[in-house]
Structures are given as C-alpha cells and as structure tokens.
Design a protein around this ligand. Structure first.
Ligand code: SAM
Length: 179
C-alpha cells in the first residue's frame, strides 16, 4: 500500500462466539486501513473468516485471513525477514518510535492480544508499543498504529477492483455499483 512495506496482523487467542465481533472488526479495520491480511490463533472460526472475506467480494481488495495453530513459530519466522510489533499498554509511546520503524523499511507483523497475552511475546517483539498507557481495545490500538504509520494517507486509499463504492454525500446514502 502507498509504496510502503506490507503490514500483517496477528490476533492472538481468538475464542469462537465471544470474540466474533472484535476479531471481525480487527480484520475490517486492518483491511480498510491498508494492511495485507490477518493471522489469528486460538479457535479456528470459519464464520468469522467468512464475515471478513465477504467484504472483499463487494468492496474490493485481497485482504487475507489465515488461521495459525503455531503463533510463536509464525512470530519467530517473521523476525528473520521483518519487524515484529506488539501493541501493549506497557510498551513505549508510539510517537517515540514510529519514525524509526517507518525508516526500517521492512514488512511488519503487528501482534494484538486477547484476554491474556503470554509473556514471551513481550520478549520476542522488536518493539512493544503503547497507544496511551491506559487499558482499552485491540481494535482502537490497531487503528491508531496504522494511522500513525501511514500518516493518515490510508484514509484516501481506494480498492481498484471494488464492485460497490460510496459516493460521499452530505445527507443520506449513495452507492456507485459498477467497475
Ligand atoms: N490484559 C491483557 C494482557 O494481558 O495484556 C490485555 C487485554 S486488552 C483488552 C487486548 C489487547 O488490546 C492487548 O493485548 C493489546 O494488544 C491491546 N491494547 C489494549 N490497550 C492498549 C494500549 N493502551 N496500547 C496498546 N495496545 C493496547
């Protein structure tokens, strides 16, 4: 996206039922804000995967959703070629490190947790990054990380193969359907 390195997400410890909306929203935010795809661990959930992929069909893009049974293996493999970011309220303030991370010009895996994040992720991460030092939400943390990384440019991003697009209007809803 926008000539910058690829960003992937790793969502840890997904639970069927309980995390359906949160994990779906992580995927939708990732897709809309320019990430390439999302890995997830925990319970495999075909319905959640479909809920994200259905959006690609109409609104375009090739955002991927990939289940991983071995997230630590994935993370270790990633560290050999790219940067590993872990979003946590205990990390360094995002504004202190985001320029440095952009400057590395390497693909990025952004790890976001679920209920409890095993401590190994804190030590494996190249950067533990905090979006404020208050507890809040993985969706909000991801959105702010992507926004800071892309400097807001992702807000202008369009999907070239969309079957349906919004025609911005002051009131009401307008859609354009076509190539
Ligand atoms: N108590 C959990 C733990 O052991 O870390 C965190 C639960 S929190 C609801 C779920 C995820 O949201 C976290 O793992 C983290 O990725 C993200 N998150 C929440 N607040 C954050 C913050 N202030 N900065 C960065 N990420 C945050």
């Amino acid at each position: 996206v926008l000539g910058l390195p690829a960003i992937w997400i790793l969502r840890l410890s997904h639970r069927v039922g309980r995390d359906f909306r949160v994990t779906t929203h992580l995927g939708l935010v990732g897709r809309a804000f320019g990430a390439k795809g999302m890995y997830y661990s925990g319970d495999k959930d075909k319905e959640m995967e479909k809920s994200i992929l259905r959006v690609n069909e109409r609104w375009g893009g090739e955002f991927k959703v990939i289940y991983t049974r071995q997230p630590i293996k994935l993370v270790n493999g990633w560290r050999e070629k790219g940067v590993l970011i872990h979003l946590t309220m205990y990390g360094l303030p995002i504004d202190d490190v985001i320029s440095e991370i952009r400057g590395l010009n390497k693909d990025i895996l952004v790890v976001v947790g679920g209920a409890k994040v095993p401590s190994i992720y804190y030590s494996l991460a190249d950067y533990n990054i905090a979006i404020t030092h208050q507890p809040h939400s993985e969706i909000a943390a991801l959105a702010i990380f992507l926004d800071r990384f892309y400097k807001g440019e992702q807000l202008k991003f369009e999907f070239s193969d969309a079957k349906i697009r919004v025609v911005p209007c002051e009131k009401g809803k307008r859609l354009y359907k076509g190539p």
